[in-house]
Write a protein that binds this ligand. Structure first.
Ligand code: NDP
Ligand code: MG
Length: 383
């Protein structure tokens, strides 16, 4: 039986790499659903090439264009966020790859979990915003999340076969991004073109900026907390600029397991889609002789304030991570539009964390309201 795959966010960096994985394994996967936000041209091209049953364009103004281009094909075309939710909650697929970027991925991921589906989760913001609700629902509905994020895939792989062995701590590795070792006097003048040059990974714009500011690692701490049911104190971040060790788990006997490989997202994507199977592939192999020196260092929490803010938000809990995420989405967008400087991003996020009222045990409605309120506040602070 082939696994029926729905790719939410098929036009993005993760989405397009997932399509490569599926194309290379036609005996294992069938592609059922493709979705994009507004990139109609690429969505149409993908639909013609992969012949899914359903495509969804969430930007409704692009519906006519997509519908017309696919009129002669046996492909259903839908538009709007509601369609994303409806199809995520339907029976047309087995595994949903959640590769929409940002808060926008939350509602469809929740709809899939509500149906007890398996979600291959790239969209870390879902767990940052509402990790408590999402993980509770996973248990209640007997759903499953398989992480796609490389660090979390690494930890997941280290934990296979260790169900009854308590974890002492996890060590999330970070490349450090393009500004590793830099200080505020340098960062103050940084522009988006430089921030978009990641040394080891090619990714979408938002996560690339998050990697440069270390917010990505902060979001990943919160993502790990919920994915693996950890206490805040059990999560450590370590700079490993080679990006070969994707993360590590230390068990109660002091033994440390690491998962390694070249930095290539196709590997964790393939692992999540095929789990529990490993699929043979022709990806480039790691040759240790090319990496004679693995280095490790403490992150600079003072310079990369986003990491400290995210860690604080994780410890504070409640709606703090939701505020952090919403403010971050707004400031990253503003930085990409050259409206604010690199260091201003942290200042605005910090102000939002101070000003938005703390809610200790938010409901889903509270999270939704908190997200809207924080976005408004952050937008006002930018002007
Ligand atoms: P991209 O920006 O490359 O792609 C985002 C995808 O989401 C596109 O298909 C885009 O459609 C769609 N999208 C954007 N906004 C909306 C919206 N409002 N509603 C519905 N769909 C939307 O992002 P990435 O692929 O880099 O990242 C996706 C997720 O995976 C993020 O959460 C990221 O943190 C995570 N991740 C990514 C990694 C990577 O290597 N890229 C590594 C680990 C995690 P359109 O093209 O039409 O705009
Ligand atoms: Mg990652």
């Amino acid at each position: 039986m082939k696994k029926r795959i729905a790719i939410y966010g098929s036009t993005g960096s993760i989405g397009t790499q997932a399509l490569e994985v599926i194309e290379n394994n036609p005996e294992l996967f069938s592609l059922e659903v493709l979705t994009a936000h507004s990139n109609a041209t690429l969505l149409i091209e993908q639909a013609i090439r992969f012949q899914p049953n359903i495509v969804i364009i969430s930007d409704e103004t692009k519906y006519a264009e997509v519908n017309q281009a696919l009129a002669s094909k046996d492909i259903k075309v839908f538009a709007g966020e509601k369609s994303l939710i409806d199809i995520a909650g339907s029976d047309t697929y087995d595994v949903l790859l959640a590769a929409i970027v940002g808060y926008a991925g939350l509602s469809s991921t929740l709809a899939a979990i509500e149906q007890g589906k398996t979600v291959a989760l790239a969209n870390k913001e879902t767990l940052v915003v509402a990790g408590d609700i999402v993980t509770r629902l996973v248990t209640e509905k007997n759903a499953r999340i398989i992480p796609v994020d490389s660090e979390h895939s690494a930890i997941f792989q280290c934990l296979v076969g260790e169900q009854n062995n308590p974890v002492e701590k996890i060590i999330l590795t970070a490349s450090g991004g393009p500004f590793l070792g830099k200080k505020p006097n340098f960062l103050i003048n940084v522009k988006k073109d430089h921030a978009l040059q990641h040394p080891n990974w090619t990714m979408g714009a938002k996560i690339t900026i998050d990697s440069a500011s270390l917010m990505n690692k902060g979001l990943e701490m919160i993502e790990a907390k919920w994915l693996f049911g950890l206490q805040n104190e059990q999560i450590e971040v370590l700079i490993h600029s080679q990006s070969i060790i994707h993360s590590m788990v230390q068990f109660e006997d002091g033994s440390v397991k690491a998962q390694m490989g070249l930095p290539d997202m196709k590997l964790p994507i393939q692992y999540a889609l095929a789990y529990p199977q490993r699929i043979k592939n022709n990806f480039k192999r790691l040759d240790f002789k090319n990496y004679p020196n693995f280095t490790f260092e403490q992150p600079d929490y003072k310079t990369f304030k986003n990491l400290a803010l995210a860690k604080d938000a994780m410890f504070k809990g409640g709606n703090a991570p939701c505020v952090l995420n919403a403010a971050n989405e707004i400031v990253v967008d503003a930085f990409l539009k050259n409206k604010i400087g690199f260091l201003e991003m942290s200042d605005i996020i910090e102000q939002c964390l101070e000003k938005i009222a703390f809610v200790e045990k938010p409901s889903l409605q509270d999270y939704i309201a908190c997200n809207t309120e924080t976005r408004l506040l952050a937008s006002t602070l930018i002007k």
